[in-house]
Design a protein around this ligand. Structure first.
Ligand code: CP3
Length: 341
């Protein structure tokens, strides 16, 4: 099978000759060729200029021979488009102004996706031009709950404390914020698919802090709304939620074809819980890529054996971190390609 064909078949839940493979955060700082470019350009410039973003998206395809490239961008471009100042500083993104109540809502701009995200459209087109029909192109966005966490929290979005508080005290303000973000996210993903992206993934990075009840009330409805808005496009949809083993049964109802499983739950158990109808992606702990090649090989074999080779995409349980040795990433991809049942 060809890489793109393999990716799409796995998303449809079909058997493949071997699992397709790509890695979350594969385009980034663990690669010396990324760091070399990054020394010369600012992050925003790298996301906005077609040639730079194209180059960074292609780097992991060239070096690793993965089955899919992911658009080089960031989840926070949605907040930027809504008029929020997003700065990337060492230690993570900084966001201003904060939204805490309905007085602040007026500060969020209406977004015309076609003009606001024209740079994303150009990058996706360039990527498809370069990679199609052989290799798949993945588009992505942040899930509404995670983006709202960044919008409302002061400092790291991790606990989503103020956002959860706001949802309790002022549910109508919460709904207004999430509704506005949901529209922009849906438009952004529709634009990516229209430009040629084969598959889209939503990152709900901070959903793991929610209780099961909160997840179904505060996060799931909005994620579902995004996916429902894209259902007519035919492009497969992947949902990633982090630290979320308690949420998978509900997440499986969000109208994604693929659920990306984190490293908190063995894949065999995810399969058992979710049944054969849901394609899975994941879930090696990226920390294991610091081990030697033979240990990586056996971890990968165990992972694939427990997932089965139908409806399965080999990947990590969380994004690659900058301190991951390239040799470990290469060993991971090689092990997936060598896998035999
Ligand atoms: O290979 C890829 O996946 C590239 C595209 C991509 C980036 N960010 C580039 C990036 C993707 C899919 C993301 C998603 C993202 N961004 C998430 C969800 C994924 C996850 O890991 O849970 C989140 C929470 C963000 C927000 C964000 N952007 C953070 C927390 C940071 C700083 C720390 C970090 O994780 O890298 C960023 C900056 C960022 N986004 C960088 C890159 C390559 C580093 C920028 C630099 O070079 O300084």
């Amino acid at each position: 099978m060809k890489p793109r064909e393999r990716m799409l078949a796995a998303c449809r839940g079909e058997a493949t000759d071997r699992p397709p493979v790509w890695l979350m955060r594969q385009a980034g700082r663990y690669l010396p060729e990324y760091r070399a470019l990054r020394e010369k350009h600012r992050f925003w410039q790298m996301m906005r200029e077609t040639d730079l973003a194209l180059e960074v998206s292609l780097q992991p395809v060239r070096r690793l021979g993965v089955d899919a490239a992911i658009l080089f961008s960031d989840i926070l471009i949605v907040l930027d488009a809504m008029g929020v100042e997003v700065k990337y500083v060492a230690g993570g993104p900084r966001i201003k102004p904060l939204v805490r109540d309905d007085n602040d809502l007026g500060r969020l701009d209406e977004v015309d996706a076609a003009s606001e995200f024209d740079y994303v459209e150009r990058i996706i087109r360039a990527l498809c031009n370069e990679l199609h029909p052989r290799t798949a192109v993945i588009g992505f966005a942040g899930a509404p709950f995670t983006l709202a966490s960044y919008l409302v929290e002061k400092g790291p979005a991790r606990e989503s404390k103020h956002l959860r508080h706001l949802a309790k005290l002022r549910p109508e303000v919460y709904d207004e914020i999430l509704g506005r973000i949901t529209t922009v996210v849906t438009d952004l993903l529709a634009l990516q698919i229209e430009a040629g992206a084969d598959i889209v993934q939503l990152f709900d990075t901070w959903a793991g802090r929610l209780s099961v009840e909160e997840y179904s009330e505060l996060a799931l409805p909005w994620t579902k709304k995004v996916f429902e808005g894209l259902a007519g496009t035919g492009a497969p949809r992947i949902l990633y939620t982090r630290n979320s083993h308690a949420h998978y049964l509900q997440a499986a109802t969000a109208r994604a074809q693929v659920l990306s499983i984190d490293d908190s739950l063995p894949l065999a158990e995810a399969r058992a819980r979710l049944g054969p109808g849901m394609a899975l992606q994941g879930n090696l702990d990226p920390a294991r890529l610091k081990e030697g090649p033979s240990r990586i090989r056996s971890a990968v074999k165990e992972m694939i054996d427990s997932a089965g080779s139908a409806g399965y995409i080999a990947n990590l349980g969380r994004g690659l971190t900058p301190d991951t040795p390239v040799a470990g990433v290469e060993a991971f991809v090689a092990a997936v390609k060598e896998w035999r049942s």
